[in-house]
Design a protein around this ligand. Structure first.
Ligand SMILES: [Zn+2]
Length: 289
């Protein structure tokens, strides 16, 4: 059974650790992450972007697949299924499909419109027992080949959105999606502290968790970050392991071309990455907190 992310994130904030949000792309991804969470006895959030939802055949497919996996594989740790960077329309689709949590990314709207739409989604998710993440201050990343610097959120805007009753807040603090450029200035802990001072006990979300140095991750957690999103890192480790398998000519030996064999090294690599992140975030053994 899926749970919303509210309880696990409030516990993480109190316990000074962070729950890992790992994006999924297919069955192998979902299986690897769920099995690792169970093995680590860690709560986990499976993130689904709108693009990944479409790729897997629709949000209903994703929700049914994840629910069936947790059931068939006897996963007992808390699992939330979360829409990542949802559009207004995408949020409604995931509510209907049976997700337990959604993110409404209204960061590109003028603040008044972001507030209006977030308020509406707060009422609906609350009534359905789901959790809702909002975003203030766009998170940087590669767009059309240009890597934008991560924006820093305005703490007053963060408070305005937090006060609407969302369950978690993603605030831009100089973080970026994808790989970080060599000249990246690092996270703005000043912004994080200013946001935290305004929003109080609201669990904060750190996007773009791939490649942020471990000491910065630990400091961010100590300042109120309770959810950390990891996407690119699993993609890189999957691709790397798959490439090694093929470059070693293993797909040409015997039945090495069997997809269950061909995709196995990548699936194992995802498990190793997820394990490493859970250890860094401090969520290992926290499933029964
Ligand atoms: Zn993100």
């Amino acid at each position: 059974m899926l749970v919303n992310a509210t309880d696990m994130l409030n516990k993480a904030r109190e316990g000074k650790y962070a729950v890992g949000h790992f994006n999924i792309n297919n069955l192998e991804w979902a299986k690897s992450i769920l099995l690792t969470a169970q093995e680590m006895n860690a709560p986990v959030i499976l993130g689904v972007s709108e693009g990944a939802g479409k790729y897997m055949g629709g949000f209903k497919v994703v929700a049914d697949m994840v629910k069936a996996l947790t059931d068939s594989m006897e996963i007992t740790v808390p699992v939330a299924l979360h829409l990542d960077h949802g559009t207004y329309e995408g949020c409604y689709k995931c509510i209907k499909a049976g997700f337990s949590s959604i993110m409404f990314d209204g960061s590109h709207y003028p603040i008044a419109e972001n507030v209006e739409k977030t308020k509406e989604l707060v009422a609906i998710t609350k009534a359905l027992g789901m959790s809702l993440e909002a975003e203030v201050g766009a998170i940087g990343g590669e767009e059309d080949g240009v890597i934008g610097a991560g924006e820093c959120a305005d703490p007053d805007e963060c408070k305005a959105i937090a006060d609407l009753g969302v369950n978690m807040l993603a605030a831009g603090i100089g973080n970026i999606h994808g790989k970080y450029p060599a000249n990246w200035k690092g996270l703005s802990f000043e912004t994080l502290e200013a946001v935290k001072a305004k929003v109080g006990n609201m669990p904060l979300v750190l996007h773009g968790g791939t490649g942020i140095p471990a000491d910065m991750i630990k400091k961010a957690i100590s300042l109120g970050v309770s959810k950390i999103n990891v996407n690119t890192e699993c993609q890189l480790s999957f691709a790397d392991a798959t490439r090694k398998y093929i470059e070693a000519g293993k797909d040409l030996e015997g039945k090495g071309f069997d997809p269950r064999k061909l995709l196995a090294p990548g699936a194992e690599a995802i498990k190793a990455t997820v394990k490493e992140k859970m250890e860094l975030f401090g969520s290992v053994g926290k499933a029964n907190d």
